[in-house]
Structures are given as C-alpha cells and as structure tokens.
Design a protein around this ligand. Structure first.
Ligand code: AMP
Ligand code: MG
Length: 350
C-alpha cells in the first residue's frame, strides 16, 4: 500500500473541500491572453480558460459548451425525456428486460459496474430511487430551509431497489432488476471532461493549453504559453471562500473533488449532504469532508472521488491505489491525508 502522511492544515479549521482554478501570475509580456468564459450547464458552473495561437477561441469554447449540453440532453439527464438514461429508466420501470444501449453508454456503465465491484458497492449507479427520494438535485448550492427529511420506511423501500451486483451487460443490452433506476450524477462531470479532452485532441489546430472545470471536476490540457505549470486550487471545505492549497500540474490531468459542502440541506441543526452511503441510504458518515482524486481519466477521477468519500480515508486510499490514482482527503477534524504521489503536486496556500 502506498504511504500516506498526515499534515495539520495551516490556519483555521478545515472541513469540506472543493476546487477552483487559479492561474499563475507574473507571466511574460509576450504571453498570449487566454480566452475565458463562464457558463452554467449540468446544474453547475462551467469555467474555461483556453490558450490558442490563432483566431477561433470563441468558437472553441462555444463548441465545448454545446458538447456539455448535448451530453446532458442526449445521454445523462435523469429528468429530460430526450436522454438515453431517462429512456433506460422509463423502460426499466415498465419491466422491460434487455434494454439496448448506445456503444458509449454501454462502455460507461461497464466501467461504473467495475468501480462498484472494486469499491464493494460504495459507488453505486443504481441508487436512482434513493437519490430521487432525497431530492438532491433540487437542493440549492447553499443549503436549503424548510426541507422535510424522507421517512425511514421510504428509504428502506428505495434501498431495496438498488444494487449494482444485480445489474448486468450482455450483448449490447443492459439488464436491470425490477424497480431499479440509474443515476449517473457521480460521474457526469468526469464524462464531460473526457469528451472535452477527445474533442480538443481531434482539433486540426489544437489549442496550446486549456483548463476547463465542470463543477468540482477539472481538466488540464497542454501547457501555458509561458511554460509555467497549471494551478488547480483546492477549496477549504470548512470555508469555501478560500483555498486550502493547490495542485501544481503540467500537461493533461483530470481532477475531481467530492465534498459535503457542495450540496446539502440542514434540518434541526444537522447537515445532510448529497453523497449517499448505499449501505444505509443516508448521507455517508465516513469522517471525511472532502476528497480530491487526480488521474488521467475523467470518468475514473469522478467515480473515485465519490467512492472514496463514502469509504473514508483507509479503504478509500486502498481503492485509489488500485486504480493508480492520487488522492487527498480532508477529514472532519481538518487533517489532510494524501497519497505519496499527491504530495509531489499539492502545495498549501500561503
Ligand atoms: P459527486 O459530487 O461527484 O461525488 O457525485 C454526487 C452525486 O452522485 C449525487 O448528487 C448523486 O446524484 C450521486 N450519488 C450520491 N451518492 C452516490 C453513491 N454512493 N454512488 C454513486 N452515485 C452517488
Ligand atoms: Mg464524483
């Protein structure tokens, strides 16, 4: 097992983590100005910084936004009738067996099932019913008031209709047990990063460098014109107005963070967040406030960050290592735990 070390976070107390982008200042005067834009899609903020040598950056960032929106509308949304997942869930609810899938969704679900098995069910795309019951997608980013908790018996009932172990792929088709509904919320942003990466790679005139974030998932690509590294900020989960530190990276990476501050509701002084422990049907209580995973693959980083949050530091570290991913946990007491490899990239904010 990889060596982990603990570091008391500087300043203040630290709980939930996230990430945002910041770029090195002090560039040379000759450096091309990047094209920057911020939009919303997939229920979150999309921010792009792209360095191109030629005209056309506006079209590139526009194309990337269409690509993200198409992905949501045509494949991932559980609420838009146009999406493949919506259609899969509708057909499963009718009791249909053997639902044929597009090649891409087939592969995505296959990878998700592998991750479910490797995480012993901590990551589970068949949690759709439980997630709908909590109504997570309706929660605002800043917490909710007047929210009514789901009843225990409803949670138990919804939990009885989940379990990736019983979901299977054969031929081109998906087999779901009766009553199971899929939810790809834990990997949507990572899948978007993967599609963006493919798109950038396909460009005859590739941008020199880009940093694109879709919510808590970030893609770094290429290089900065001044040769400096990318800085990907890691939010302080206890005070998201500031960074805990940053990752200093060169070239292509995918970085995903799952944190209990990203979506939550408060009821009677108790905070309920959006990452569900499939064993209980309630928000995971693994002693972790945030987890950041660094890999080359978007889907993997996103799935692992959710899985590691549910599993906690020890089991989560083992899972990340199994997939050659670097990981950084911030626990509830503000202590950081990171893989040896992550130590090379992470720097505390001054
Ligand atoms: P993330 O912010 O990437 O960790 O993903 C959280 C989202 O994934 C939630 O809003 C749910 O839609 C979904 N989700 C929650 N818990 C799980 C879980 N244990 N396994 C898979 N998906 C989950
Ligand atoms: Mg995730």
């Amino acid at each position: 097992m990889k060596q982990f070390f603990k570091k008391k976070a500087l300043n203040i107390i630290i709980p939930a983590l996230c990430m945002f982008l910041s770029f090195l200042s002090g560039c040379t005067g000759k450096q091309a100005e990047p094209s920057k834009r911020t939009d919303t899609a997939m229920g979150t903020i999309v921010s792009q910084t792209v360095y191109v040598t030629e005209q056309g950056e506006a079209e590139l960032t526009e194309e990337i936004m269409s690509l993200i929106r198409n992905l949501e509308e045509n494949m991932l949304s559980w609420r838009l009738p146009t999406s493949e997942i919506y259609q899969v869930n509708t057909r499963a609810a009718r009791g249909e067996e053997g639902i044929s899938l597009s090649g891409e969704l087939y592969q995505i679900i296959g990878t998700c099932l592998t991750l479910s098995a490797a995480s012993e069910g901590a990551f589970d795309i068949s949690l759709g019913k439980v997630i709908r019951l909590w109504n997570i997608d309706e929660w605002s980013q800043n917490g909710e008031t007047g929210y009514k908790l789901p009843a225990q018996e409803d949670i138990s009932e919804a939990l009885s209709h989940r379990g990736s172990d019983d979901v299977s792929l054969q031929g081109n088709s998906l087999y779901l047990p009766a009553g199971v509904q899929l939810d790809l919320g834990a990997v949507g942003k990572g899948i978007a990063l993967q599609r963006i990466l493919d798109y950038l790679e396909e460009q005859p005139d590739k941008p020199r460098g880009a940093v694109i974030s879709v919510g808590g998932s970030v893609l770094t690509y290429g290089e900065k014109p001044d040769g400096d590294s990318w800085r990907v900020g890691i939010l302080n989960p206890f005070d998201t107005s500031e960074n805990l530190g940053y990752l200093s990276l060169t070239g292509q990476w995918c970085i995903s963070t799952s944190g209990d501050y990203e979506r939550f509701v408060e009821v009677d002084g108790i905070r309920y967040h959006h990452i569900i422990d499939p064993a209980t049907g309630y928000p995971a209580q693994s002693g972790v406030s945030s987890v950041t995973v660094l890999t080359k693959d978007g889907l993997l980083s996103d799935a692992l960050s959710t899985a590691c949050f549910v599993l906690g530091v020890e089991k989560g570290s083992r899972l990340a290592e199994e997939f050659d991913a670097e990981v950084l946990f911030v626990d509830k007491s503000g202590e950081m735990h990171m893989s040896k490899g992550m130590e090379e990239y992470f720097h505390l904010s001054k």
